[in-house]
Design a binder for this molecule. Structure first.
Ligand code: SAM
Length: 285
């Protein structure tokens, strides 16, 4: 049996092994090695520099939770997706009729090309008339932008290679500046099992910048440790007291027809995802 091994943090012993039917695509862009596999148990799988980015089996757990937690708290018109070149987040954002413009800024055109070629479930989102896809370093793109985006979704790869800059204070500050005064941001924030101190460092930076920064998580079998987290940040001018849904935010942001079509997210898991296991709650308190 052919196997793909994600040697997550070489030497850490935290490999993820996936049985493979066939390698469908392999190329080296200016930024990373881009591969697509057909797997035995998880459908098609996209990897970048040997790290699993998504599988058809469980990507909804990640894409729905990164997108709908902030989107359900907002009536967003202007949305920015950072990274996300596979289109999974874009597909979730264009479900909202309130959205007038969504900018997707991914540094690597190979990723969007590969996604359209091998993941047809994301292809339509790229054709949405409200979507604008930009290929540049998002750290450069956000510089100088002021008070335009209602929601910013940071779907970046792990803090290595081109994505390193997307976890730095200066970048968060530029994202903050690009948001409306009541804007909401959610960003990929690693694994509570493997990166508690990293999470604490980044969420602390965000807490000192935003009105609030709260960690929440999803369960996703093909990511190391079987889960990954996010940080939900609310800007100073928002009337929201926290990232939990309440009657008001349900009235403003709830879209039952959207939630009915989802596989992981609903309003119950929205609030429950902020209830953290004790070991990480103690670190982040
Ligand atoms: N869900 C995945 C995860 O949690 O690791 C991330 C998926 S998405 C494919 C990650 C994207 O971030 C990639 O397409 C990569 O090209 C993009 N990226 C990395 N560094 C970037 C940067 N500096 N500016 C814009 N996009 C970047």
């Amino acid at each position: 049996m052919l196997q793909f091994t994600e040697d997550f943090e070489p030497g850490s012993g935290r490999s993820v092994i996936v049985d493979i039917k066939e390698e469908l695509y392999s190329a080296k862009s200016d930024f990373q090695a881009v591969k697509v596999f057909d797997t035995v148990a998880y459908g098609r799988m996209l990897t970048l520099d040997g790290i699993i980015q998504l599988t058809q089996f469980d990507n909804h757990a990640y894409h729905e939770m990164l997108t709908h937690v902030p989107m359900q708290l907002s009536n967003a018109k202007n949305v920015l997706i950072i990274g996300g070149g596979d289109g999974g987040i874009l597909k979730e954002v264009v479900r909202y009729s309130s959205v007038e413009k969504v900018v997707l800024c991914d540094i690597d055109p190979y990723v969007t090309k590969v996604s359209k070629d091998f993941f047809p479930e994301f292809r339509d989102a790229f054709e949405d008339s409200r979507a604008e896809v930009i290929h540049e370093d998002a750290a450069e793109y956000v510089k100088g932008k002021t008070e335009f985006f209602d929601v910013v979704l940071i779907d970046s790869s792990d803090p290595i290679g081109p994505a390193t800059v997307l976890y730095e204070k200066e970048f968060y500050q530029n994202v903050y500046n690009s948001m409306k005064i009541d804007g909401i941001m959610s960003c990929q924030m690693e694994s509570m099992y493997y990166h508690p101190e990293f999470i604490k460092e980044k969420v602390t930076i965000q807490k000192n910048m935003f009105k609030s920064a709260e960690y929440y998580y999803t369960m996703i079998p093909t990511y190391p440790g079987g889960s990954i987290g996010f940080s939900l940040c609310i800007k100073q001018g928002s009337s929201l007291c926290s990232a939990r849904l309440d009657k008001n935010s349900l009235d403003t942001g709830s879209n039952p027809e959207i939630i009915d079509s989802l596989k992981y997210y609903d309003n119950k898991i929205h609030d429950a995802s902020f209830v953290l296991p004790k070991f990480i709650g103690d670190v982040l308190c």
